[in-house]
Design a binder for this molecule. Sequence first.
Ligand code: NAP
Ligand code: F7E
Length: 348
Amino acid sequence: MKRALITGCTGQDGAYLAKFLLEKGYQVFGTYRRVSTPNFWRLQYLDVLDKITLIPVDMADMASILEAVTLTDPQEVYNLAAQSYVGASFDQPLLTAEIDGSGATRILEIIRHLRKDIRFYQASTSELYGTASETPQTETTRFWPNSPYASAKLMSFQNTRIYREAYGMFACNGILFNHESPLRGMEFVTRKITNAVARIKLGLQEELVLGNLAAGRDWGYAPEYVEAMWMILQQETPDDFVCATGEIHAVKELVDEAFRLVDLDPGRYVRTDETLLRPKDVELLCGDCSKITRVVGWKPKTTFRELVKIMVDADLKRWQDYLKGESFPWDAQNYPGDITLLMRHKKK
Ligand code: NAP
Ligand code: F7E
């Protein structure tokens, strides 16, 4: 039986990947952060929590990563752990560099010294393109990061490539464009919108406050993207690949589509607030996935409209069930509606 180690197993992609690999017959080990309150809701939601083995790891702590790799002796390591929220990286740039930049290098070093035949997947990102020099972006488009998150991810991207070329390691980057699902974290714009739309429809919330409505993204469906991660590691030759849908939609379009699905007029409920603007945003991203389609055989299936519907339906059902008194693994009830967060990174 093949063994896979997933860092960041409690996150959106980690949970979907754990489920996918279990279905492929893998023994799955996942790392989690020791925190005062357990954070396993996604693994419970997908009914995989009791089918995987969890190991406490912090990506800042080399010893805990070394122990995880030694104990699990995996054939494949998927490095998904990250401070993944771009906005927060302006507040915590050094922590983000430590986790997202140095974290990957810690694993690469461990693999280099311990067992160079371990296949390594690095969760790279379309954010590397920042202010993109061309549209759509491919594997050869220039990187021009616009955030501390993206510059940290640039380090891990380059070290993954460098360890591949310098030491002959099977180390690959998936340059994944935004991918979403009902398991997406609440602070990301897609889920923030679909959760708010559900609450507004049910009379639980009065308004939705957003930042940059003009930003354009290439949004795909997360379960399809974790399959791409696995496919990348099954190739004969290690390489870097873009995963994307090739379609751009503005945040405003996402808002309109989500409200349309529940027959409400967004004009009545949505306002913008400049404290939600990032000091520097990425205005437009759109990927060209022809290389991964040609070489690996992966292509996206779910359309933008289908994705928004999946997410709105899921959030609506969860709030309806919640109102009926049902309990189930879920994150939204942990977010108090009325707290004021001081946005340190607000545009000056
Ligand atoms: P996510 O939901 O935020 O999950 C991130 C995971 O990393 C969580 O399990 C989190 O643990 C863990 N983590 C955070 N800090 C850590 C630390 N110091 N030590 C150990 N683990 C830590 O992110 P995602 O959307 O699944 O994304 C997965 C990966 O792909 C990330 O590296 C992200 O940057 C990258 N990526 C995502 C997208 C996207 O659109 N989703 C696109 C491109 C690349 P907790 O649960 O305890 O917080
Ligand atoms: O923002 C704008 C915001 O936070 C998308 C991460 O998974 O994908 C994700 O990064 C856009 C930005 O995702 C709000 O300014 C407007 O232009 O959902 P997001 P992201 O920054 O694209 C990449 C590929 C990753 O690698 C990252 O890990 O939406 N926007 N108003 C807003 N964004 C948020 N979060 N909240 C708002 O109220």
